[in-house]
Design a protein around this ligand. Structure first.
Ligand code: NAD
Length: 305
C-alpha cells in the first residue's frame, strides 16, 4: 500500500493545539505537509487564550523534522489564519475546521450569549476560515476542506441546543459548498467524530473512553484530504475504529390531494401512518430531486391518479 503523502501541500488546522486537531497536525507533518497550527489556547468553555498551546505542537512537529508555524487567532478572524499560511508557505491547499468549545445548558436556562458564542466559534468560525481560503483554492483549482460536525447535531443531545444547531448548520453549509466547489476540484466533507478529549471527558465513561482514541479519527481526515480522494459532500461518523457514511432518506409518503378539492389538516391526520411509514424509503441526492417530487404530485393530481 503506497503511503498517502502531502509533500508540497499546505494545511491549516484550526484548534490544532490539543485533542483531535493536534493529532491531525502531527500526522500531516509526518506525511510531508507544511502545517499551520492554529489555536487560541482557550478553555473548553472558550475563555482566555494562550500562545503556548499552539507553540508546543509546532515545537513537537519541528523536533520530529516536520514543517509547521503557529497561529494564535480565533477562528472568527479567518483572514488572519489563512494569511499565516500564505505568508509562510505561499499557498493554502487544505483547511480543517476543527476548533470548538462547549457551553452546555438546558434550553430553558440557556442565555443568548451561550447560544451566540457557540454558534460564532463553530459555524461562523468555519465560515470565516473557509471563506478566506476559498478563492485561493479556486484559483489553484485544488482544495480539500473538512467540517467537524457532531452526533449531537445529527441526533440531538440534552443540554446542547446551541452546539447541535451549529454542528447541523455545518452540514447545510457543506451541502452547498460541495456544489460550488466541484468544478474547481475543491472537495468539502464533514465528519462527526467521537473520541476522548478534554471536551468529552466527563461525558464518556472512562472505561469506554480509554479506547475511543483520537488516533482512530485521524486516518479518515487524512484520507479525505488526499489528492487521490475524490469524495465530496460526504458526512461520516467515525469513532473507535468504525467509519461509516450517512445520507438522508425519506418515506415514500402520499399525495393527499384531489383535483378541485381543498387539502385539509384532517387529510393529514387520516393518512399520518402512510406519511411516516419508512417501509418504502427514498434516497434523494439533489434539490432538483426534491423539487421534482412536488412537481410529480401536481402532475398526478391533474391526471386524476
Ligand atoms: P479540544 O478541546 O481538545 O480541542 C479544541 C481546540 O480548539 C482547543 O485546543 C481550543 O483551544 C481550540 N479553540 C477553541 N476555540 C477556538 C477559537 N475560537 N479559535 C481557535 N482555536 C480555538 O476538543 P476536541 O474534542 O479535539 O474537539 C475538536 C472538534 O471536534 C470540535 O469542533 C468538537 O466540537 C468536535 N467534536 C469532538 C467530539 C469528541 O468526541 N471529542 C465529538 C463531536 C465533535
Amino acid at each position: 500500500m503506497s503511503e498517502l503523502r502531502f509533500d508540497g501541500k499546505v494545511v491549516l488546522i484550526t484548534g490544532a493545539g490539543a485533542g483531535l486537531g493536534k493529532c491531525y497536525a502531527l500526522e500531516f507533518a509526518k506525511r510531508g505537509a507544511s502545517v499551520v497550527v492554529n489555536d487560541l489556547g482557550s478553555t473548553p468553555g472558550g475563555v482566555g487564550s494562550s500562545a503556548k498551546v499552539a507553540d508546543q505542537v509546532v515545537d513537537e512537529i519541528r523536533k520530529l523534522g516536520g514543517t509547521a508555524v503557529a497561529n494564535y487567532d480565533s477562528v472568527e478572524f479567518g483572514e488572519k489564519l489563512v494569511n499565516t499560511a500564505l505568508q509562510n508557505f505561499g499557498r493554502i491547499d487544505i483547511v480543517i475546521n476543527n476548533a470548538g468549545i462547549l457551553r452546555d445548558r438546558s434550553f430553558m436556562r440557556m442565555s443568548d450569549d451561550e447560544w451566540d458564542l457557540v454558534n460564532k466559534i463553530h459555524l461562523r468560525g468555519s465560515y470565516s476560515v473557509t471563506k478566506a481560503a476559498w478563492n485561493h483554492m479556486k484559483t489553484q483549482n485544488y482544495g480539500r476542506i473538512i467540517m467537524t460536525s457532531s452526533a449531537s447535531g445529527l441526533y440531538g443531545n440534552y443540554g446542547q441546543s446551541n452546539y447541535s444547531a451549529a454542528k447541523m448548520g455545518l452540514i447545510g453549509f457543506a451541502n452547498t459548498l460541495k456544489l460550488e466547489g466541484k468544478k474547481y476540484n475543491i472537495s468539502v466533507n464533514t465528519i462527526a467524530p467521537n473520541a476522548l478529549t478534554r471536551l468529552t471527558e466527563g461525558l464518556i465513561p472512562p472505561e469506554v473512553g480509554k479506547d475511543l482514541k483520537i488516533e482512530y479519527i485521524m486516518p479518515l481526515v487524512i484520507y479525505l484530504c488526499h489528492e487521490s480522494c475524490l469524495e465530496t459532500g460526504g458526512v461520516f461518523e467515525v469513532s473507535g475504529g468504525h467509519v461509516c457514511k450517512l445520507r438522508w432518506e425519506r418515506t415514500k409518503g402520499a399525495v393527499l390531494r384531489e383535483e378541485g378539492k381543498p387539502m385539509l389538516p384532517e387529510d393529514i391526520k387520516k393518512n399520518w401512518e402512510q406519511v411516516v411509514d419508512f417501509s418504502e424509503r427514498e434516497v434523494l441526492e439533489t434539490i432538483g430531486d426534491s423539487v421534482m417530487a412536488g412537481v410529480s404530485a401536481v402532475q398526478r393530481v391533474q391526471a386524476g391518479d
